[in-house]
Design a protein around this ligand. Structure first.
Ligand SMILES: Cc1ncc(COP(=O)(O)O)c(C=O)c1O
Length: 399
């Protein structure tokens, strides 16, 4: 299995982490080809998580935007986001490897909840590291994880967000690798995690392809997804990578959008560097120190990105743009008002980009936005950020 995507990826880890990474790669080779394993995972995804998720047409928003807008409804999965595709797969793999404990990191709380759920379902212990800032802004998810039996450890180091939680989880894994699997939450980190997480999330793109074929007899013109670490986007893109006619657009968080202000857009505003065991695009100072990231959505608040996205950008196969906090908040309200669907603020970035740029797309284009999660968890933040209960909807569409 190749550890690199073009120039990006690799295993930039202390020697102590090489044994569990090698063990994981070996287990992927062994179990992913085993029909008993894949059958059990498919059964969990359909009978427990709720796959396949629908591809929903948006009539009102389509009319307003002048394109055919479809949503891939990962928000309808158990736990309310795509992360469960990954955690069920990794938890099952951990069990097959004889591990009894999962460690995980979380920003938005979504991967943490999905890990806690998978651990509860499969009878594993779970410890979830979470930056102290995120513990505060995602208190409902913290309560959910504790209810599910996971131990939530608040991390007070550094910027007290996702990157610091990952550092802490990696430290835990070094000490506990014999009985513990690190259930990495996104398609980033040292090899083989970017490949492992892509494989587990690739079900999203495979379903989009089959559902598009059934709905209109061909692939979409454009597939759009938000990019934090990159798992929902690579999951949505992977089935279309060989299909050059399908435009692939990843949307990063521009934060407040003010020049010089913090953002979470390493593909747009960063340069190559090493973080969390991988070489990828990274927000950093001239000296290579990691810059703090910012986004209204905790799940996008990460200064790095998975290496396959850096490669897809460099090779020109996928394009990466930015949406700022107000684009996302506008899309959050617009989708709620026009279609009766409350999107996660993370997913609202992808939708916000489409709403803003629809007029630059060919009229009637078939656009699929991966709705990576539901927005109930974000109601307080949306209300607090706008000071008026709810954000105003996006402008009159397009333009
Ligand atoms: C709903 C939702 N969407 C997107 C993301 C971003 O993660 P990724 O880029 O790995 O899909 C998160 C992260 O927690 C999330 O909770």
């Amino acid at each position: 299995m190749d550890a690199y995507f073009g120039d990006f990826g690799g295993q930039f880890v202390p020697e102590l982490l090489m044994p569990p990474l090698n063990e994981l790669e070996e287990a992927m080779g062994r179990f992913f080809g085993d029909p008993a394993f894949t059958g059990e995972l498919d059964g969990l995804l359909s009978g427990y998580a709720g796959r396949p998720t629908p591809l929903t047409f948006c009539p009102s928003l389509s009319e307003r935007l002048g394109v055919e807008l479809w949503l891939k409804r990962e928000d309808l999965l158990h736990t309310g986001a795509h992360k469960i595709n990954n955690t069920l797969g990794q938890a099952l793999l951990a069990k097959a490897m004889g591990k009894s404990r999962l460690v995980a990191e979380t920003g938005a709380g979504q991967p943490g909840v999905a890990t806690a759920v998978a651990a509860a379902r499969l009878g594993l212990d779970a410890v979830v590291y979470m930056g102290a800032v995120d513990v505060e802004r995602q208190s409902v998810n913290v309560a959910r994880m504790r209810l599910l039996g996971a131990e939530v450890k608040s991390v007070a180091d550094g910027t007290r967000t996702l990157k610091d939680a990952i550092n802490e989880a990696l430290r835990d894994w070094i000490a506990t690798q014999r009985d513990t699997h690190y259930c990495f939450g996104t398609a980033a980190g040292p090899h083989p995690f970017p490949t492992l997480v892509r494989e587990l999330q690739s079900v999203i793109g495979k379903e989009i392809r089959a559902q598009a074929m059934e709905a209109w007899g061909g692939p979409p013109d454009l597939v759009c997804a938000c990019v934090g670490g990159g798992s929902n986007a690579i999951g949505a893109f992977s089935a279309f990578l060989p299909d050059r006619g399908v435009r692939l657009v990843g949307v990063e968080a521009a934060g407040t959008g003010e020049p010089g202000c913090c953002n979470s857009a390493p593909l747009n505003l960063g340069r190559p560097g090493v973080l969390h065991g991988q070489l990828s695009m990274l927000l950093q100072t001239d000296d290579g120190q990691i810059l703090p990231s910012h986004s209204v959505s905790a799940g996008l608040d990460y200064p790095g990105v998975g290496p396959e996205h850096s490669f897809l950008q460099a090779s020109g196969r996928a394009e990466y743009f930015m949406a700022d906090d107000s684009d996302a908040l506008g899309a959050f309200r617009t989708l709620s008002l026009l279609e009766g669907i409350i999107p996660a603020l993370e997913s609202s970035h992808a939708l916000g980009w489409v709403i803003k740029n629809a007029r630059s797309l060919a009229p009637g284009s078939k656009v699929v936005v991966n709705l990576s999660g539901r927005g109930d968890k974000d109601l307080d933040i949306a209300a607090e950020r706008t000071g008026e209960g709810f954000p105003p909807p996006s402008g009159q569409g397009g333009g």
